[in-house]
Write a protein that binds this ligand. Structure first.
Ligand code: ARG
Length: 465
């Protein structure tokens, strides 16, 4: 490898000077892209087999390469591999080690390949694995929510708008709202996965490969659904990273809303839940404290994932075709987001499973604040009053109750009739909270039977385990 010597680089042939150590440090990605090693090896094995199949490598050479690559994988796993920053990135580090191990044959591995199509391949393989795993973790959190919903099918709580008590709902209905969000998140991950699952290798540096290669063979080896159709696009597109990041961002937004509700509900002011001790934290100063740090951190970590999305969108927006080194900056935000999302999903699933709901507090809260006022208006509508007029009438009744410090169902029939002669004795049953719940049985409503159906549908989507 005489060509490598001056600069010590695989691309050293053209260079008369050694690389400035500052530049070496600035351009190196090996500190973080080393985590792609498994995929780099997997991709190189498939590439070597293809080269042999196409007569670009002798069978014996390919065998040496494949064996060498597997050995290198072992060295990395055992922590024996030296990740020297002068190697720039994981691709060159592995290739250099291969040449060290198997000599001439190793120097043939990069035939018909560029780091540009190689890195796109590695990240796609990585994302394919991670998205599948994240999808499973989302399903795990959904199952935790569904289990709590099923365990509390009879528990009525206040539903809110503007964080003001609005109408009664089942806790199960509230929890299932998150299941719906998470189902869409899973669907988005699936959609993204279909576009990640495309083989870029065989695009060369930018223009395609001039040697007689077989891309289909590589796609089959690595189980890719399709081949990229344009080499310039394949080496420079990063929407296959951005799209999952966008899905992660939305997923985190959903987790953050759930986290926020857990924080609120655990407060003395709400008192709706008791956090499991194992998933709460204390204060170093105030002995009485029990804090919802897990939920708070989930809420805050959402910002990292949003940040990653914006960083990547910004990195690609001004790039001329095709590959530009800017694209190396995709990795840290992506890796950080993947780790953040996985950790958040699994800890939030534990947290949700461990929540104890304070039935009395929730039910009490549902009884205060005139949550059945809409139903009283509906009652008048059923007796023939136009809704606008019913709204006005009940509004006046509420005002009267506020002055008397009582609930609407505590007024006498006589008092109600003073507001409207349409009121009858059956109004009291009509505005009972259970009635308010059970009448909302149109699809998507909070009636017990409707919520049960939603639970069954969600379980079916998730598949029985
Ligand atoms: N480390 C580089 C990256 O992550 C690999 C591709 C380098 N290609 C190049 N032409 N310098 O994007």
């Amino acid at each position: 490898m005489t060509a490598m010597r001056k600069s010590g680089k695989p691309w050293g042939g053209r260079f008369a000077q050694a690389t400035d150590p500052q530049v070496e440090a600035y351009t190196a990605s090996i500190q973080f892209d080393r985590r792609l090693y498994k995929y780099d090896i997997q991709g190189s094995v498939a590439h070597a087999r293809m080269l042999a199949k196409c007569g670009l490598l002798a069978k014996a050479e390919a065998d040496k390469i494949v064996a060498g690559l597997h050995e290198i994988g072992g060295e990395i796993e055992r922590g024996e591999f030296r990740f020297d920053p002068s190697f720039e990135d994981i691709h060159m580090a592995i290739e250099s080690r291969l040449i060290e191990k198997v000599g001439e044959a190793g120097a043939k591995l990069h035939t018909g390949r560029s780091r540009n199509d190689q890195v796109a391949l590695d990240v796609r393989l990585y994302l394919r694995d991670e998205i599948r795993q994240i999808r499973r973790l989302v399903a795990g959190l959904e199952r935790a929510l569904i289990a709590q919903a099923e365990a509390h099918l009879d528990l009525i709580m206040p539903g809110y708008t503007h964080l003001q008590r609005a109408q009664p709902v089942l806790l199960a209905h509230h929890l299932m709202a998150y299941v719906e969000m998470l189902e869409r998140d899973r669907a988005r991950l699936n959609d993204a996965l279909a576009r990640v699952d495309v083989l870029p290798l065989g695009s060369g540096a930018l223009a395609g490969v001039g040697l007689p290669i077989d891309r289909r063979f590589v796609a089959r080896e690595l189980q890719f659904r399709a081949l990229s159709a344009n080499s310039l696009d394949a080496v420079s597109d990063r929407d296959f990273v951005i799209e999952p990041l966008a899905a992660f961002a939305l997923l985190m937004a959903h987790l953050s809303r759930l986290a926020e509700e857990i924080v609120l509900w655990a407060s003395a002011e709400f008192g709706f839940i008791e956090l499991p001790d194992a998933l709460a934290t204390g204060s170093s100063m105030m002995p009485q404290k029990k804090n919802p740090d897990v939920a708070e951190l989930t809420r805050a970590k959402t910002g990292r994932v949003f940040g990653a999305l914006v960083a990547l969108l910004t990195a690609v927006k001004g790039l001329p075709l095709s590959y530009n080194r800017d694209l190396q900056e995709d990795k840290e935000p992506l890796f950080d987001s993947v780790e953040t999302v996985k950790a958040a999903l699994s800890v939030m699933a534990s947290l949700v499973s461990g929540l104890a709901f304070c039935r009395d507090r929730m039910q009490q809260a549902a009884r205060e604040g005139f949550l059945n006022a809409t139903d009283m208006a509906d009652y008048l509508v059923r007796k023939g009053m136009p809704f606008r007029q019913a709204h006005e009438t009940v509004g006046r009744i509420v005002r009267r109750c506020l002055a008397k410090r009582c609930r609407i169902e505590e007024l006498s029939l006589k008092e109600l009739r003073a507001a409207s002669p349409l009121f009858d004795r059956d109004v009291f049953a009509y505005v009972a909270l259970e009635g308010c719940i059970e009448r909302r049985k149109a699809t998507g409503g909070t009636a017990t039977g409707t919520v049960k159906k939603a639970i069954t549908a969600a379980r079916t989507r998730l598949g029985r385990r």
